[in-house]
Ligand binder design. Structure first.
Ligand code: ADP
Ligand code: MG
Length: 292
């Protein structure tokens, strides 16, 4: 495309809330054959809320929430915010923690009042030798409702399961339909567990998804698809998504996402809506038509 037509395209996109960082991305967008969408914060609102607390070893729900929130005050993960927010709503005071550690893709741990706190997915519990049998059925039932169950352990014993729900954005379904109508293969990637991922993908109208993907493996999925001849678009909002955004043929960041994601992407969807994807592709097509 001529520099002039690219400029016009970039301007049109900006009006639609789609910020294009380089002209090449605008030209490549129309050629995308596969679009990877991150789940949390991309397809979903990314503002999860606590929905269920199932007591295991613990006997007091408020105490569990207080300890879990104190632990999560060290994390910036959207799941952590949900826990802290829920404790605040219940006017629970956050306790001082030490030796905080985030185990990316798995959960968090820290010390609090002489206790060792551990919070995260079932794999984290298995790694740390925490007994969870007897509670996995309940966790799975929550996951089937598209909620994310997390396991909370105190001093090596399961204390509770805390589930959060993160509803999909109201217009994600229609935006995904537009991509599919353009013959684009839509694939969801998430670090979340399989059951939750399946339930969210079903709601979103996506048949192809990969769950329990570790942060470092998101970029590998992009590479895999490229090796199979796909022109890959990647859309994400998190620090986890940055390497995949950089590697994709076109990286799209959610405008409300992390700075790292925005810096790694070619295009930013300022309105946060996935409709920006089909808009960008349509403008890309129009731009390329103008030069012929
Ligand atoms: P996503 O790709 O959905 O953002 P992540 O890779 O960040 O997922 O996390 C994968 C899983 O690890 C989460 O679904 C959760 O079970 C667990 N996890 C990660 N961070 C935390 C945290 N701060 N607190 C509790 N659990 C966490
Ligand atoms: Mg995300």
């Amino acid at each position: 495309a001529t520099p002039m037509s690219v400029m016009v395209g970039v301007g049109k996109a900006a009006e639609a809330g789609v910020l294009i960082r380089n002209g090449e991305a605008l030209q490549t967008a129309s050629k995308i054959t596969a679009m990877i969408l991150d789940k949390t914060g991309t397809i979903t609102e990314g503002a999860p809320k606590v929905t269920d607390i199932i007591l295991a070893g613990a006997t007091n729900e408020a105490e569990v929430l207080q300890l879990a929130a104190s632990l999560e005050s060290g994390s910036e993960h959207p799941l952590a915010e949900a826990i802290v927010e829920s404790a605040k709503e219940k006017q629970l005071e956050l306790l001082k923690i030490s030796a905080f550690e985030a185990i990316t893709g798995f959960g968090v741990q820290a010390q609090c009042q002489g206790k060792t706190l551990l919070f995260g997915n079932v794999k984290l519990m298995q790694d740390k030798g925490i007994e969870v049998t007897g509670f996995t059925d309940q966790a799975q039932a929550l996951a089937k409702q598209a909620k994310t169950p997390m396991y909370f352990a105190v001093d090596g014993e399961l204390a509770a399961i805390i589930a959060v729900a993160d509803p999909i954005k109201a217009d994600s379904i229609s935006a995904i339909k537009r991509l599919q109508a353009n013959d684009i293969r839509v694939i969801m990637l998430t670090g979340d567990n399989k059951e939750t991922a399946a339930a969210v993908a079903l709601q979103a109208g996506i048949s192809e998804f990969f769950a329990e993907v570790l942060p470092e493996d998101k970029a590998n999925k992009v590479k895999d698809l490229q090796n199979h001849g796909e022109i890959v678009g990647m859309t994400g909002d998190g620090i986890n998504d940055a390497p995949a955004l950089a590697l994709a043929n076109v990286g799209f960041a959610i405008g409300t996402g992390t700075d790292v994601a925005i810096e790694s992407a070619d295009i930013t969807l300022m309105r946060g809506s996935l409709h920006g994807l089909a808009d960008a592709i349509a403008i890309s097509k129009a731009t390329l038509r103008n030069i012929k």
